[in-house]
Design a protein around this ligand. Structure first.
Ligand code: 6R9
Length: 646
C-alpha cells in the first residue's frame, strides 16, 4: 500500500463547499441527529408536498424495510428539468459527444424539457403510465436521457439494460419485470463499430410474451426489420406530440427505476430504487463530492446502462442544474488522446472515469496525454473498482499535472450514490484509499464471526445504518433482498466487499469477498458464467474465478471439465469463449480457459474455490490445506496445466 499523502491544496480548502472542519461538523451531525440532518438536506429538491416523516427503516432479520421522506410527494423529472427553466432555460444541460469526433450536440434545459415532454407523450399515447415498467436498450445518445427522464415524468419505472448485453440477457431482464415496451435504436456505434441493437431486440422478443411495443430510435440509419403492429419509429411518433406534458405526482417511496446487477448466485437481481431518497442522495453527493459549482462542465464517462450513468450522468447533475457531458464512444478511438481531446473541446472541469480506462491509457504512454492541454481540468474522479497506486499516481501526475485532486469514490448499484470518498476541499488523499465516509454513512468492518472490529483492522465491510439512496428491495423478491444483504451479519447491510481501515480511520477497499468478480469495473457473477458454460453440450462441469489482470483489474478464469469422449482442443476453447460471449455479452467472455479432468471437491461435493483462485493467481505454492479433498491428486494436474503461468 502506498504511504504517500497528498494534502488538500490551499485554494481548494478555501473555495470548496466543505473544508475539513466543516466535514467533521457535518458528519458528526449526520450521525448524531440523522433525522434533523436529512430533514434539512431534503430541502435541496423541490417537493410538491414536503415530507414530515424523514427516516423510517429497519435492518432487523425478517423485517427489513427502508423508507425515507415517505409522506413527501415530488417528481424526479421536474427536479431535473422544469425547476431550472426560469433561471437557466438557455444553459446547456447535456453536451453530447458522438463516437465520431466530428459529431456533437448541445441541449439546453429548455430543449431538454421539450424533448422529454415529447418522449413522455409518446409513451402516454401507448398507455404507459405510473408503475409500468419500460426497458431501455439504447446506446449513449441523447435519446437515452430523454427516455429515462420521460419515464420519471410519467411515473413509469425504467429498466436500462446495457447495450452490450446479449439478446438472452436482455430477454431475461424484460421478462423479470414484465416490461410491455422496449426502447431501442437501429444500431449502436462505439469505437467505429456497429452494434445491431434492433436485431438483438427482435431475437430477445422471441422469448418475451408480454411486450406490446418496440420504439426504435434512428441512430445509424441502417435498414432494420420493423414489425407492422409492434414496432414504431421514435422520429415519426415525435412529429405528432406536443412539447408539454404534466408531471405525475409521485410519493417519495414510489419506484423510480430498476437496474439489474450481478450477484454471487443465480440470475441478476433487479435492484429497485425509489424517488425521493434517491434523488436527494444522488444530487447531494454529486454537489459535494465533485464540489460542483454553477457554470462547471462535468463529465462522467460511464454508460447509462450502469448505475454510475444513472446517478452521475443523469439524475445527480441534472437535479443540480449542471452541464453534464454524455459520450458515445470509447477511450481509444480514434486515438488514445480521445478523452483529453474531448476535455479540451468542451472545456471540461470535472472528469470522472474508471481505473480500467486509466490503466489502459497509461499503457499507451504519456505522449497522447501530453499533446493535449487539459487546462480546464480541476478535479478527477475514479469509480468502479479499486485503483492501484501506480494508476492513481499516473492519473494525478500526468493527466492532472499534480494540480487536480482525485476523488476515489466507493459505492455500488445497491447504494444509489457514493458512500466512501474524499471531499476535494476537506480530505487529504492517499493513493488507493477511498478515504472517509460521506455524511450519514456508518461503515463497520467485521470479522467472519460477526464481531465488529475497532481501530486499524481488515475484514468485511458492512453499513450499520440506512442512507436515503439505499436500494429498497430486489424487484419482485423481497426475501432475496433480505437473504443477499442482511443475513450474513444480522442487523447490518453487508456490501460483499473486503476492507481495511488504517490508523487515520481511512478506508481501503480490497475487492469483493463473494463470488462476484469485477472485470473492467463491470460486475459479473461467477455463477452466471458457469451456468452459461455448462449449457454447452460438450461441457460437463465448470468453475469460474477471478485472477489479477493488468488492465481489466480482474480477468475471468474458467476451469472446464468436458463430457466423456470430448477432446480438449484449441478450437473448442475458442468456441466456448464465443459461446459465453453470445450467451451473456462480451463483458463475460472468459480470458483463460483451463480444461480440467476434475475439479477439487470436498467429500460432500463442494468445489473448493479457494484452491482454484490460488491456481488462477499463479500461486501454486500457497494452496493451503488440501487434505480434505475427495481426491487431492486433481490439484497436481490443475497446477501443472495452469494457464496464467509466469
Ligand atoms: C458504482 C459501481 C460495485 C462494486 C463494489 C466494489 C467495486 C466500486 C470502487 C470499488 C474499490 C472503488 N467498487 N467503486 N472498489 N474502490 N472506488 O461501480 O457499482 O457496478 O454495482 O459495482 O464495485 O467491489 O462492491 P457496481
Amino acid at each position: 500500500m502506498s504511504e504517500k499523502i497528498y494534502d488538500v491544496p490551499a485554494e481548494w480548502a478555501s473555495r470548496a463547499f466543505v473544508d475539513d472542519a466543516k466535514y467533521r461538523q457535518m458528519y458528526e451531525r449526520s450521525v448524531t441527529d440523522p433525522t434533523g440532518f436529512w430533514a434539512e438536506h431534503a430541502k435541496r429538491v423541490d417537493w410538491i408536498k414536503a415530507p414530515t416523516k424523514i427516516d423510517n427503516w429497519s435492518f432487523a432479520p425478517g423485517n427489513v424495510s427502508i423508507k425515507w421522506f415517505e409522506d413527501g410527494v415530488l417528481n424526479a423529472a421536474y427536479n431535473c428539468i422544469d425547476r431550472h427553466l426560469d433561471k437557466r432555460g438557455d444553459q446547456v444541460a447535456i453536451i453530447w459527444e458522438g463516437d465520431d469526433p466530428s459529431q456533437s450536440r448541445s441541449i439546453t434545459y429548455r430543449e431538454l424539457h421539450d424533448e422529454v415532454c415529447k418522449f413522455a407523450n409518446i409513451l402516454r399515447n401507448r398507455n404507459v403510465g405510473k408503475g409500468d415498467r419500460v426497458t431501455i436498450y439504447l446506446p449513449m445518445i441523447p435519446e437515452a436521457a430523454f427516455a429515462m427522464l420521460a419515464c420519471a415524468r410519467i411515473g413509469a419505472i425504467h429498466s436500462v439494460v446495457f447495450a452490450g448485453f446479449s439478446p438472452d440477457s436482455l430477454a431475461g431482464r424484460i421478462n423479470d419485470c414484465n416490461s410491455k415496451i422496449v426502447i431501442t435504436a437501429d444500431e449502436g456505434l462505439r469505437g467505429g463499430r456497429k452494434v445491431p441493437l434492433k436485431a438483438n431486440v427482435d431475437a430477445a422478443l422471441k422469448k418475451c410474451e408480454g411486450v406490446d411495443w418496440v420504439m426504435v430510435v434512428k441512430r445509424t440509419g441502417a435498414a432494420v426489420e420493423m414489425d407492422d403492429v409492434r414496432d414504431f419509429w421514435y422520429h415519426e411518433a415525435a412529429e405528432v406530440v406536443t412539447t408539454e406534458c404534466p408531471v405525475e405526482h409521485m410519493h417519495a417511496e414510489d419506484p423510480l427505476f430498476i437496474l439489474y446487477t450481478s450477484g454471487s448466485t443465480g440470475q441478476p437481481k433487479g435492484v429497485l430504487h425509489t424517488t425521493g431518497g434517491y434523488l436527494v442522495f444522488a444530487s447531494m453527493t454529486h454537489q459535494y463530492v465533485f464540489d460542483y459549482h454553477d457554470g462547471d462542465i462535468y463529465w462522467c464517462t460511464a454508460d447509462v446502462g450502469w448505475v454510475t450513468g444513472h446517478s452521475y450522468i443523469l439524475y445527480g447533475p441534472l437535479a443540480n442544474g449542471a452541464t453534464t457531458l454524455m459520450f458515445e464512444g470509447v477511450p481509444n478511438y480514434p486515438t488514445n488522446s480521445r478523452f483529453w481531446e474531448v476535455i479540451d473541446k468542451h472545456k471540461v472541469n470535472i472528469f470522472y472515469t474508471a481505473p480500467t480506462a486509466i490503466r489502459a491509457l497509461m499503457q499507451a504512454g504519456d505522449e497522447p496525454v501530453k499533446k493535449t492541454s487539459r487546462k480546464s481540468l480541476r478535479l478527477l474522479g475514479s469509480v468502479g473498482e479499486p485503483i492501484n497506486p501506480e494508476a492513481w499516481e499516473w492519473y494525478h501526475r500526468v493527466v492532472g499535472e499534480d494540480r487536480c485532486p482525485i476523488v476515489d469514490t466507493w459505492w455500488q448499484t445497491e447504494t444509489g450514490g457514493i458512500l466512501i470518498t474524499p471531499l476535494p476541499g476537506a480530505t487529504k488523499l492517499k493513493p488507493g484509499s477511498a478515504t472517509r465516509p460521506f455524511f450519514g454513512v456508518v461503515p463497520e468492518i467485521l470479522d467472519p464471526e460477526g464481531n465488529v472490529l475497532e481501530g486499524e483492522c481488515t475484514g468485511n465491510l458492512c453499513l450499520a445504518r440506512s442512507w436515503p439512496g439505499q436500494m429498497r428491495t430486489v424487484y419482485g423478491d423481497h426475501a432475496r433482498f433480505e437473504q443477499t444483504y442482511f443475513s450474513a451479519y444480522k442487523g447490518k447491510y453487508f456490501t460483499g466487499d473486503g476492507c481495511r481501515r488504517d490508523t487515520d480511520g481511512f478506508y481501503w477497499i480490497t475487492g469483493r469477498v463473494d463470488d462476484v468478480i469485477n472485470v473492467s469495473g463491470h460486475r459479473m457473477g461467477t455463477a452466471e458464467v458457469e451456468s452459461s458454460l455448462v449449457a454447452h453440450p460438450k461441457v460437463s462441469e465448470a468453475a469460474v474465478v477471478g485472477y489479477p489482470h493488468d488492465i481489466k483489474g480482474q480477468g475471468i478464469y474458467a476451469y472446464v471439465t468436458l463430457m466423456a469422449g470430448e477432446e480438449p482442443t484449441e478450437e473448442l476453447r475458442k468456441e466456448l469463449v464465443a459461446w459465453v460471449r453470445k450467451d451473456i455479452g462480451p463483458i463475460a467472455s472468459p480470458d483463460l480457459i483451463q480444461f480440467a479432468p476434475g475439479l477439487p471437491k470436498t467429500r460432500s461435493g463442494k468445489i473448493m474455490r479457494r484452491i482454484l483462485r490460488k491456481i488462477a493467481e499463479d500461486e501454486p505454492s500457497s494452496l493451503g490445506d488440501t487434505s480434505t479433498l475427495a481426491d487431492p491428486a486433481v490439484v497436481d494436474d490443475l497446477v501443472e496445466h495452469r494457464q496464467n503461468k509466469h
